[in-house]
Design a binder for this molecule. Structure first.
Ligand code: FAD
Length: 413
């Protein structure tokens, strides 16, 4: 670790943390550094031209024109955060302890990589007119008139973004067809017996969901599937996932996963390069809680991780806080508030609370009788209580847990 914070001698100049990426993880790192008493300089470099903003509203209120934007309510100047917009960082040079930008190098004592993720485009569709992604404020602004014109839209991918976009597009009065290569929505996130109940939400909202449907080609005005079906499309919205934005780190010595492109952080969110941390959508970390490395592309992870990074920078030394959260996310789709906490992959039992055909229900996952994950649809109390029970690894009485009229916390053994 740097000697800056561990040395008993006063540094001969102000130490500086340089944060690359001004999304929520970058902004929260800067804010948390100040909250935790970092007196040195904080420089925040973002490549977008806009004031830093939050992404979840983009697929909800912003898309529908119910909100103009979603800028963070942070007074950067008052916090002494040196914010630079429109300033892509092109490289990290650990030997020289600096990051490179078109406007010149920026030296660091500590660097924090918070470059998020970039959406994956359908191969062959790059630059095609009428084909959209939904990741940035600019993307949402380009999509607003498409919704307002009540176009016929094909959404590729029935994941979280696809479902939220389809919800907004239906609300705006567009004809919506969602094509999904897997046999169900949210195939990468939820098991078939749970996701099956969500497939019907599309039809209820008047959107057509086509599963097992692979896109063969996209041309202006049409999407052709591999089975030969051609779907008319005034616009195509691609929601097939995102990949950590880490290409710019090539040659830096920062270890990146060859599998998913994430920065391979350790349990304290440090990278393989001294004094360089990574947080948010761009980084994976080992979870002792779950016995596996996690790459989480959800808001709460980009909010919580920075607190650990800031504390570890401020505290310095080889000791430090370990980051091992119970993952949490939410989604608003088809008039439902969907929340998830935990990690169900190793669960050995699934228990329903309520009727999944109804408006409000939950499903919980147990491992050796202990709660490890929970999905709540329109039941925020289950989520709030379940999250705490998961954190404590509480064993549950199955019969009480399955009774939706009994508060989940009352099922604790
Ligand atoms: C439309 C949408 C809706 C969402 N809704 C939800 C939701 O309902 N619930 C939920 O839990 N999660 C949601 N998410 C996910 C959540 O927003 C992300 O997990 C979160 O934004 C990740 O924050 P981040 O700061 O790590 O990355 P990002 O938000 O991607 O920010 C990274 C920033 O770094 C910039 N950058 C990249 N490379 C460089 C570089 N070389 N130099 C300088 N800057 C760079 C990027 O342009 C970007 O501005 C949503 C995401 C999207 C896109």
């Amino acid at each position: 670790m740097s000697e800056q914070s561990t040395s008993s001698q006063a540094p001969d100049r102000t130490p500086r943390v340089v944060i690359v990426g001004a999304g929520i993880a970058g902004v929260q790192t800067a804010v948390a550094l100040r909250e935790q008493g970092w007196r040195g300089a904080v420089t925040l470099l973002g490549d977008e031209p806009h004031q830093p903003y939050d992404r979840p509203p983009l697929s909800k209120a912003v898309l529908l024109g119910k909100a103009d934007g979603s800028a963070f309510d942070v007074d950067f100047a008052a916090l002494g955060i040196d914010l630079h917009l429109d300033r892509p960082v092109t490289a990290l040079s650990p030997q020289a302890r600096r990051v490179e930008t078109a406007d010149g190098p920026v030296p660091y004592d500590y660097a924090v990589l918070a470059t998020g993720a970039a959406p994956v485009m359908l191969p062959g569709s790059e630059g095609l007119p009428g084909v959209h992604l939904l990741r940035t404020l600019d993307d949402a602004e380009r999509l607003r008139p498409v919704l307002a014109a009540q176009h016929e839209i094909v959404v590729v991918g029935a994941g979280w973004i696809g479902a939220e976009f389809a919800t907004a597009a239906r609300e705006a009065g567009c004809a919506v067809t969602v094509v999904e290569a897997a046999d169900r929505p949210l195939a990468g996130a939820l098991p078939p017996e749970v996701a099956a109940h969500m497939a019907g939400w599309y039809a209820d909202a008047g959107a057509e969901l086509r599963t097992g449907a692979r896109v063969a080609s996209v041309a202006p005005g049409a999407v052709t599937l591999q089975d030969g079906t051609t779907l008319p499309a005034d616009a195509v919205v691609v929601g097939i996932g995102a990949r950590p934005a880490t290409d710019w780190l090539a040659g830096s010595g920062v270890e990146v996963s060859p599998k998913d492109g994430s920065v391979l952080a350790d349990g304290r969110l440090r990278t393989s390069v001294p004094d360089v941390y990574a947080v948010g959508d761009c980084a994976s970390f080992p979870s002792a809680r779950y016995g596996s490395r996690l790459l989480i592309h959800h808001w709460d992870n980009a909010l919580q991780g920075p607190r650990t990074v800031a504390e570890n920078i401020v505290r310095g030394g080889s000791e430090g806080l370990v980051y091992d959260p119970v993952p949490y996310f939410w989604s608003e789709q088809f008039g439902r508030f969907v929340q998830y906490a935990g990690h169900h992959v190793d669960a050995d039992e699934l228990v329903w609370r309520g009727d999944p055909a109804g408006a409000a229900w939950s499903v919980i996952w147990l491992r050796e009788g202990r709660l490890v994950a929970l999905l709540a649809v329109g039941r925020p109390r289950d989520l709030a209580q379940g999250r705490k029970l998961i954190e404590r690894g509480t064993a549950l009485d199955r019969e009480r847990a399955a009774n939706a009229s009994v508060p989940l916390k009352s099922a604790a053994l």
